[in-house]
Design a protein. Structure first.
Lengths: 65, 406
């Protein structure tokens, strides 16, 4: 599975970092999300799915590659 | 459970539907929405859509393929008109009756309007935003009634498009009751700097053909009027159903709707099949703050949709819904972010940065606890630390040692 982050959509809420800190971080200057792991290990996928679901900008997608 | 019905096809309803599938529910899943559009996102309506920075296709919450994968019985453009609680069925505007084993109510809110003969815009739906955007531009005069977050964002965008903006607010300081007078004054200053004619302490009586009429009789002229004076929960279709309605659909801490009490000595008992609510329409008891809340924020819609779906699906393993509410607002390049329960606070204190520099974090106290924080222009790691302090119910004394109440 591959994570896609639509950066211009990001509203810097940081919800993804709280749901999945191994896969997401935020830029220091404006809080926009950073993707740490584009292809996370299977055990991280539940957290990523949570992040996809609660992202208030619908800016994250988990896609079959 | 073989038939679950979700009424409301916006962020909360979609989140509930997706959660049900993710948690393994394989039965019939009906999603009903009163708008004709597939689920779309609302926060950009008063931001990128109004500013013409985005086209409408950017709002789509899920692709056609993603929606197809949910295998929904999707009924768009159809409002719910009634609930037969004991018969476990919802009546739709097209005359059909949809039977269910479990129900999630996510019918949201609609804008409050003002009396008067003139035409006034509101800003809730995509169609509302497109209609207003068509009428804004260089030199157009826009009167915005209500300087809450929605009105403020629209005023900021309209100024950016070159419109002349008058912003009318009954309170002495915009958003003072919500975020405190100190922060409200920072936001006011931004309006004034950008040339908005902000008038506080004024009450609008009606919308006229050429603007709005104030309580004292004065006419405030404008080419367009936007009314942004709050919302009303969409609960009329539940009237007489046996569920408790009172500024929203009243729910317990599990987001399960509460039946009307049949009498002073009788317990109303659980809802047949399980009726839950999520999003703007749901008034539930948040045990983290020990308070009844109804939250009209985008993140709450997604989180509560998930919580309601899980509790409906797993009645033996229900969890109280105890979130730290979050919202953000974009105004004149400032991003305002807030966590927690700010309303009804007893004290506001600047704990980082400086209000005058528009780079600050303020903390809110209620009783002995830190109940919320609001930040402008602060680094995300600093904000997350404070959010965590709210989430663990820190006392004010522990969280704010330098200024703690003694």
């Amino acid at each position: 599975m591959r994570v896609e982050l639509d950066e211009p959509k990001c509203v810097a809420a940081g919800q993804c970092v709280m749901a999945s800190p191994e896969v997401f971080d935020q830029r220091d200057d404006d809080g926009v999300a950073i993707l740490l792991e584009e292809q996370p290990a299977d055990e991280l996928l539940d957290g990523v799915r949570e992040a996809v679901a609660i992202c208030p900008a619908a800016a994250i997608r988990l896609v079959d590659q | 459970m073989r038939r679950i019905l979700v009424v409301g096809a916006s962020a909360a309803g979609l989140s509930a539907a997706e959660t049900l599938r993710r948690e393994g529910y394989e039965g019939t899943l009906t999603l009903v929405g009163d708008e004709p559009h597939p689920p779309y996102d609302r926060p950009p309506l008063s931001k990128q859509i109004l500013a013409s920075e985005w086209e409408r296709d950017r709002l789509t919450l899920r692709s056609t393929g993603e929606l197809d994968a949910l295998e929904l019985d999707l009924r768009l453009g159809t409002a719910a008109t009634g609930l037969d609680l004991d018969g476990r069925a919802v009546l739709l505007a097209d005359g059909t009756r949809v039977a269910y084993d479990g129900l999630i109510v996510a019918t949201g809110v609609r804008p409050r309007r003002l009396p008067g003969d003139g035409h006034a815009h509101v800003l809730r739906t995509l169609d509302d935003a497109l209609a207003l955007r068509d009428r804004l531009g260089e030199g157009r005069r826009l009167v915005v009634v209500g300087a809450g977050f929605l009105g403020a964002e629209a005023a900021a965008v309209a100024r950016g498009l070159g419109a002349e903006v008058t912003l009318l607010e009954p309170a002495p300081v915009p958003l003072g009751h919500a975020v405190g007078a100190e922060v409200g004054r920072v936001l006011s200053a931004a309006h004034l700097e950008h040339g908005v004619d902000l008038r506080t302490g004024v009450t609008v009586r009606e919308v006229t053909g050429g603007g709005v009429r104030l309580a004292d009789g004065e006419l405030v002229a404008g080419d367009e009027v936007l009314v942004a004076v709050g919302s009303l929960p969409n609960t009329e279709w539940l009237t007489g159903s046996g569920l408790t309605v009172g500024d929203g659909l009243v729910c317990d801490e599990y987001c399960e709707a509460v039946r009307e009490s049949p009498g002073p000595t009788k317990s109303p008992g659980p809802t047949p099949g399980g009726v839950y609510a999520a999003g703007d329409v749901a008034r539930w008891h948040n045990p983290l703050f020990g308070a009844s809340m109804r939250i009209e924020h985008r993140t709450n819609a997604a989180e509560q949709g998930m919580a309601a779906a899980r509790n409906l699906l797993h009645p033996q393993a229900r969890k109280p819904f105890a979130p730290v509410p979050y919202f953000w607002s974009d105004q004149y390049g400032m991003k305002v972010q807030a966590f927690g329960h700010l309303r009804g606070h007893d004290e506001v204190t600047v704990v980082e940065g400086d209000l005058a520099e528009r780079r600050f974090l303020v903390a809110y106290r209620r009783g002995d606890h830190l109940t919320g924080v609001l930040a402008v222009g602060m680094p995300p790691k600093a904000i997350r630390g404070w959010r965590q302090a709210v989430a663990v119910r820190s006392t004010w004394r522990d969280a704010v040692p330098a200024t703690g109440v003694l």
